[in-house]
Design a protein around this ligand. Structure first.
Ligand code: 6PG
Length: 236
């Protein structure tokens, strides 16, 4: 596991720490701020905090742009939607054109190509320059199998070293629906990567990563700081 660990008492403390780092990132620069969101259930607390009375007015919503590290493709209800998670939490705090969802209305490959093009338009180039980040902050979660975003152990997409976005025809963990995922090089193009990991169910993948096992989440690292925000249940 690269980067630093911070162990906090509970999921609320993890979310508050992440919210504080997001406020700091947004306040440290002028102009637009690109935040890449993770999916799953862990970030729900963070999103509610950001939109809530304690943090809402500390964020420059007019300068924030929200992207997604991965998305479930198709309209099966069990698939869930990372876009919907953010939309429901942030509501009208996000100005039109500042939420940049991954399209899900075509084949996974077509969705991946469309999102890569959208990211290149945002970045202003089709090759990542070492000195210029794609995002100002990347949020990630950890699956119980050691995946992150939708980069699953043993699947070829986890080893993609060139493309920014890939189609993931077969998810390695439920929901078993096709996905679209940013790749490790795209996720790495940030000065700050925050993993939010809570619950005893994440103790095993954390231990496997710490032991050096070849798992996608263990290979995710920022150009700058990679910080694992764990609660005590996950840290063990
Ligand atoms: C997704 C996420 C995925 C998630 C982990 C952890 O779309 O599911 O991007 O990588 O972060 O699976 O999910 P939980 O937070 O629900 O445990």
């Amino acid at each position: 596991m690269t980067g630093r660990r911070e162990v906090l008492p509970d999921p609320d403390a993890v979310a508050r720490a992440a919210a504080g780092r997001l406020v700091a990132v947004a306040g440290a620069k002028a102009g637009r701020v690109g935040i890449c969101l993770s999916g799953g259930s862990t970030p729900k607390l963070l999103y509610r905090l950001l939109a809530g009375p304690e943090f809402r007015d500390r964020l420059p919503w007019g300068r924030l742009h929200w992207f997604f590290g991965d998305e479930r493709v198709g309209d099966r209800p069990e698939a869930g939607s990372n876009r919907r998670l953010a939309e429901e939490a942030f509501g009208d705090l996000v100005p039109d054109g500042h939420l940049h969802p991954i399209p899900t209305d075509r084949t996974p490959q077509a969705c991946a190509e469309a999102y890569a093009s959208a990211l290149q338009t945002w970045y202003g180039a089709d090759r990542l320059a070492p000195a210029r980040p794609l995002f100002d902050l990347v949020l990630l979660g950890l699956g119980e199998d050691g995946h992150t975003a939708s980069l699953f152990p043993g699947k070829p997409e986890a080893r993609e070293g060139e493309a920014w976005v890939v189609a993931v025809p077969e998810a390695g963990l439920a929901p078993f629906v096709p996905r679209v995922s940013l790749t490790l090089p795209a996720l790495a193009a940030t000065p700050l990567m925050l993993f939010l990991v809570t619950g005893a169910g994440k103790r095993a993948p954390l231990a496997r990563i710490a032991s050096g096992e070849d798992l996608p989440a263990g290979h995710a690292r920022a150009r700058g700081e990679t910080l694992w925000l764990l609660d005590e249940a996950a840290a063990g």
